[in-house]
Write a protein that binds this ligand. Structure first.
Ligand code: SAH
Ligand code: SF4
Ligand code: F3S
Length: 479
């Protein structure tokens, strides 16, 4: 496929064909250059936190005169915001670097920077392994980017992977990239203090710290003023949010923050992610129930349905404890939907234990799940203390069984919505047809329905569900 001496258009084809991550762009979707300005291109991988961080990076770069573009061939700086969560995520990044290398050959002087979790995990090893990389910058060091870039322009490769106990970028107003103008993410905390034995995040993101509550509310209010109608509060473990006001030592927990954001305006929907089952409290559940605009949806990753495996994973809850939590959620909010993350084939998992994960999917009635094969990560507790002893073939088969069951449960879940009417926030055109809108209900299900000319993205409407697939509800607008 790749020709050794490609023309730029040949190169463009290769870039497009190999595109895997999300490419961000701003005002210049055609890749138009802004005279006299330098341009940066950024691609993001991994979780929403990374996407949110890319908007902080964009804001920092815009301040120092860089203009965003989605055309990497005209950019002076190519950035990739990376993820280390599974081996495959890292392989994808290395593939992308090969592509950037070609671009660099055509435009000598283009700088390539690696940001995010893989930068943090590999540190200076990156500069040794990947000759084309000019910058390696960890998640807490983005303020240093302009200085590192200036040095790199002089030929000095730059690295800053310092992890901070304080940095929350609270004062930086993110530059919304590739936004639909209706929904936005707000980072409310950084890092993670849990030590799930499979997980690399505590090593790549450092210690947990919560952002100033008033800066969160100010950012959400500002978004509302600018026409946005939904914010998602982000953190690896949002329920352990705690912020102490240095002025009067008063404390704000997650339930209180949620309420503060919900009170900005009844038309501003509030979502949050992710909840660790051990930390979500009745206070949070009651706050959700009290406010119509706090969406009735909880992403509550179980990881495994078996207590022994959960113990090995260091999740600090058992199967029974998790089931009680699920019962509690449905008791306080009967209309709430719950979703999950599930890992297949963790160290020493038996067939019986795997069956318990399957039965948990049925018990919890997840509307959907993110499902993965266990991937051993260097430096984690599991890598040091346990053996990754489930053969790939068995992991794959268990994952398939999980995916198949979840797809069935999702379909059943959606079928129960047929005939019901939901309040939907219109997000834009549906992927398949510009005659249809798409939008989500409070339960985070995506609905697709024919447009009505008096409505536009950012408006609410009521949609009656006529038909469903396992992933989407199909309906019509009703008055
Ligand atoms: N903070 C979130 C999850 C962040 S990572 C939480 O605690 O729920 C997202 C998901 O990736 C995890 O929930 C887990 O299911 C999966 N994951 C993390 N490490 C993994 C690994 N080593 N192998 C496979 N999946 C993993
Ligand atoms: Fe990883 Fe566990 Fe922290 Fe989630 S809570 S980021 S799975 S260590
Ligand atoms: Fe990946 Fe880092 Fe997020 S490892 S999942 S990008 S916190």
């Amino acid at each position: 496929m790749y020709n050794d001496n490609p023309t730029l258009s040949g190169l463009k084809k290769e870039i497009d064909e190999s595109k895997q991550g999300e490419v961000f762009f701003n005002e210049d979707p055609e890749g138009v250059t802004v005279a006299g300005s330098k341009h940066f291109y950024i691609e993001s991988y991994g979780c929403q936190m990374n996407f949110s961080d890319s908007e902080i990076v964009a804001s920092i770069l815009a301040e120092s005169g860089y203009h965003p573009t989605r055309n990497m061939e005209i950019s002076d700086l190519i950035l990739i915001n990376t993820c280390s969560i599974r081996e495959k995520a890292e392989e994808t990044v290395r593939k992308r670097l090969r592509i950037f290398d070609k671009v660099k050959q055509h435009r000598p002087g283009t700088l390539v920077g690696v940001l995010g979790c893989m930068a943090e995990r590999l540190k200076s090893k990156f500069l040794e392994q990947e000759k084309l990389v000019d910058l390696v910058v960890g998640p807490d060091a983005y303020r240093d980017l302009p200085a590192l870039i200036a040095n790199a322009e002089e030929g000095d490769k730059g690295i800053n992977v310092f992890l901070s106990r304080e940095e929350t970028y609270a004062d930086i107003s993110p530059l919304r990239l590739g936004s639909n103008g209706v929904t936005a993410f707000i980072s409310i905390m950084r890092g993670c203090d849990n030590m799930c034995s499979f997980c690399v995040v505590p090593f790549t993101r450092g210690r947990e710290r919560s952002r100033n509550a008033f800066s969160v509310v100010a950012e959400a209010s500002d978004l509302y003023e600018n026409g946005y109608r939904e914010v998602t509060l982000l953190g690896q473990n949002v329920d352990s949010y705690k912020w102490e006001n240095p002025e009067d030592s008063s404390r704000i927990n997650f339930a209180q923050l949620l309420e503060m954001v919900a009170r900005i305006h009844p038309d501003l929907r509030v979502r949050f992610s992710t909840s660790h089952p051990k930390d979500i409290t009745d206070e949070v559940l009651h706050t959700m129930a009290r406010y119509e605009n706090i969406c009735k949806y909880i992403h509550l990753p179980v990881q495994s349905g078996n207590s022994r495996v959960l113990d090995l994973m260091n999740r600090t809850y058992s199967r029974e404890w998790y089931m009680d939590k699920i019962r509690r959620i449905y008791e306080i909010m009967p209309d709430c939907t719950i979703s999950s993350d599930i890992i297949a084939g963790f160290c020493t998992e038996t067939e019986e234990e795997h069956q318990e994960t399957l039965s948990m999917i049925e018990f919890a009635r997840y509307s959907m799940s993110y499902m993965f094969m266990y991937s051993e990560r260097p430096g984690t507790l599991a890598e040091r203390k346990l053996t990754d002893d489930i053969p790939e073939g068995i992991k794959k088969r268990r994952l398939q069984e999980i995916v198949q069951l979840q797809t069935e449960i999702s379909l059943q879940h959606n079928q129960q919505d047929i005939g019901k009417t939901y309040k939907v926030l219109i997000e834009g055109n549906s992927k398949k047809s510009d005659q249809d809108f798409k939008g989500r209900n409070s339960q985070n299900k995506m609905l697709v329905f024919p447009k009505r000319s008096d409505l536009q993205p950012g408006d609410y409407c009521y949609v009656k569900v006529d038909d469903v697939t396992s992933a989407t509800l199909i309906g019509t607008i009703v008055d």
